[in-house]
Design a protein around this ligand. Structure first.
Ligand SMILES: Cc1cc2nc3c(=O)[nH]c(=O)nc-3n(C[C@H](O)[C@H](O)[C@H](O)COP(=O)(O)O)c2cc1C
Length: 197
């Protein structure tokens, strides 16, 4: 992958000149593919990115915040009403000084919220408060992905300037093979590198 080099002696992936020192907010919404977001967080950190993870309430049922705290070395957020150090609201404080916001996986529910400008939780509100590019990597079963409502929402968010890393076809956790499988973390990282380059 351009910009990355593997050092066999130290057995670490070296930082990327494009990504080093950048600030990324990684949103995780509630699908089985949430476990892949941990890999994406790790890859971003290894590339030198400062990563702040925000989990939706549903995402926290799939993956633990401790995983993201350990991988990013930062507090993990999830509640609009828990300001942490952001007393003007986490949706304001977390949106500052960001180079990019990524939501991976992005549920059908999240895409619908972004398409319609809803702001009823922290991640949905952040989509409205950030001033940096927003990247989403949808993941859902084939029926959800192919529903006209989902396709309308995807088309709408693209029109609004959201970068969509399209899902591929493959094994889905529902036990079928089809469209809706989240893009692999390395593919999302390539898109991020291209966007920030
Ligand atoms: C086991 C299980 C797996 C799910 N997988 C997905 C999924 O891959 N994609 C999706 O859009 N929704 C999936 N859902 C439904 C979402 O979790 C549900 O719509 C939730 O309200 C999403 O909330 P969020 O968008 O705030 O994270 C799944 C639900 C369960 C119980």
């Amino acid at each position: 992958m351009p910009g990355f080099a593997y050092s066999p002696r130290r057995r670490v992936v070296t930082t990327s000149p494009t990504l080093e020192g950048r600030e990324v907010l990684l949103g995780v919404t509630g699908g089985v593919a949430a476990y892949k977001a941990a890999d994406l967080a790790s890859k971003l950190v290894q590339a030198g990115v400062g990563v702040t993870a925000v989990l939706s309430a549903a995402a926290a049922k799939f993956v633990g915040r401790t995983t993201f705290e350990a991988l990013t070395g930062r507090a993990v957020h999830g509640d609009l009403w828990s300001p942490g150090e952001h007393f003007r609201g986490p949706h304001i404080g977390l949106a500052e000084k960001l180079d990019l916001m990524i939501v991976a996986p992005a549920t059908a529910d999240y895409l619908a919220k972004v398409a319609h400008g809803l702001a009823d939780d922290l991640l949905a509100t952040l989509a409205l408060t950030v001033e940096c590019p927003l990247v989403v990597a949808p993941a859902m079963n084939t029926a959800m992905w192919e529903k006209p409502a989902t396709q309308r929402n995807v088309a709408r968010v693209k029109e609004d300037g959201v970068h969509v890393v399209e899902p591929g076809e493959g094994w889905l956790s529902c036990g079928r093979v089809g469209a809706g499988r989240m893009a692999e973390p390395v593919e999302i990282l390539e898109r991020v590198t291209a966007l920030l380059g």
